[in-house]
Design a protein around this ligand. Structure first.
Ligand SMILES: Nc1ncnc2c1ncn2[C@@H]1O[C@H](COP(=O)(O)OP(=O)(O)O)[C@@H](O)[C@H]1O
Ligand SMILES: [Mg+2]
Length: 376
């Protein structure tokens, strides 16, 4: 159950570095998710931890011991590869029995362990089947059971649920996590699926271009993103560009080019800086339209409330996404529970707003906003 430290890892394959100063600490017994888009270096990271890839520079430590030059077989880590790697001439049962057998476990406890792993991945009905007789999802589940039965203290899971049917994928999230916790393992689970990471992880490390850009609990990375990229990758965000006008304690005001003012949470960024204000699409609200009266006329600019017109409403099952063309700030996307589906249709006049403390302010990165937000 060791603590794992990655200290300044570099791995260059020519074009873009797959690891570019990658540093990360994984605590003993932790379930850590590495979340990042395709090509960000997730698989390379796992391969360096288990010894399949040697870094050009930097160190890997298991409980303070430098294992960078240690062969795979001597590290107590098992990697479940993104491409399933079952032995074709062996049955499901024999595949899962592989590790206990070579480790010469006592037969009775080996059988018990193998049976319980097979049960956990819902493969009891296929114990005698060969890999070729299994669907992709069933092969993946068998590979998962085999990895769990290896009794390594460190489990490296490379997109372990991606090949499964949607329903089973959701079911296995909690089961896999509980099992890893019960067995007291340290798990590093790589995924590009933000919901999976948010639901399963003790902590999430966001990886981008071979570098960890933020680590924190699911709530921390969701609520307090450190960069516009994180803000948009973990829960999509609306982004508005402007100049920071003032900061007053917990709140700040940013002026857009057209003079519109957007309120957001406080920041250390000095006034006058070009900034981006990011608002999660799930943080927007639709307050009732205020009709100005003689006693209560419409303020000159109702800060934080924007009039708009619904452009379209997308039904997504549990949620809907409403696109609103808002006066002065452009398109705003909003995620609402789908019971609100009947309340809005294209063409409706609405007000859209958010709590300023839910809007984050970022300095615009030197490479520009478009590059920052790209997913590759
Ligand atoms: N064996 C390899 N040879 C050449 N390039 C590689 C190799 N492995 C990974 N890369 C490159 O390194 C980058 C990161 O890859 P990878 O770690 O597989 O990312 P991810 O798992 O996040 O999709 C990609 O640009 C990929 O093309
Ligand atoms: Mg990968």
């Amino acid at each position: 159950m060791p603590e794992i430290v990655l200290d300044g890892l570099f791995k260059d394959y020519g074009d873009n570095p797959a690891a570019d100063g990658l540093s990360l600490t994984v605590n003993d017994g932790e379930y850590l998710c590495i979340l990042g888009p395709t090509g960000s270096g997730k698989t390379t990271c796992l391969r360096m931890i288990c010894g399949l890839t040697k870094p050009d520079k930097g160190k890997v430590l298991f409980d303070g011991v430098d294992v960078t030059d240690m062969p795979v077989s001597e590290r107590s880590a098992t990697m479940l590869s993104q491409v399933y790697s079952l032995f074709p001439p062996k049955t499901v049962y024999e595949n899962v029995m592989f590790s206990p057998e070579i480790k010469e476990w006592d037969e009775k406890s080996a059988r018990q362990l193998v049976r319980s792993m097979i049960k956990m991945v819902h493969m009891e009905h296929k114990v005698s089947s060969y890999p070729i007789q299994l669907s992709g999802g069933q092969q993946q589940r068998t590979a998962l059971a085999r990895a769990l039965a290896s009794s390594s203290e460190v489990l490296l899971l490379d997109e372990p649920l991606t090949a499964l049917d949607a329903r089973l994928r959701l079911e296995l999230r909690q089961e896999l996590r509980s099992l890893v916790k019960e067995m007291g393992l340290t798990a590093i689970h790589v995924t590009h699926d933000q919901d999976e990471a948010l639901e399963m992880a003790d902590r999430i490390a966001i990886i981008r271009k071979g570098r960890i850009v933020q680590t924190g609990t699911p709530m921390e990375v969701f609520r307090n993103p450190k960069t516009p990229f994180v803000s948009n990758f973990v829960g999509r965000s609306n982004i508005f560009l402007g100049k920071l006008r003032s900061v007053d304690g917990a709140f700040s005001e940013t002026e857009l080019e057209n003079g519109m003012v957007i309120r957001a949470r406080g920041t250390d960024i000095p006034a006058g800086t070009d900034v981006a204000v990011a608002v999660k699409i799930g943080s927007t609200r639709f307050p009732p339209i205020q009709i100005p009266t003689e006693e209560k006329p419409e303020p000159e600019q109702p800060k934080g409330y924007f009039r708009g017109r619904v452009e379209r409403v997308l039904f997504e099952g549990a949620t809907i996404t409403i696109e609103v063309d808002a006066e002065g700030i452009g398109m705003v996307s909003s995620k609402l529970p789908s019971r609100r589906y009947d309340d809005y249709k294209a063409g409706d006049e609405v007000m859209v707003s958010w709590l300023p403390e839910r809007a984050s302010v970022f300095e615009i990165p030197p490479e520009g906003m478009d590059t920052e937000l790209r997913l590759d």
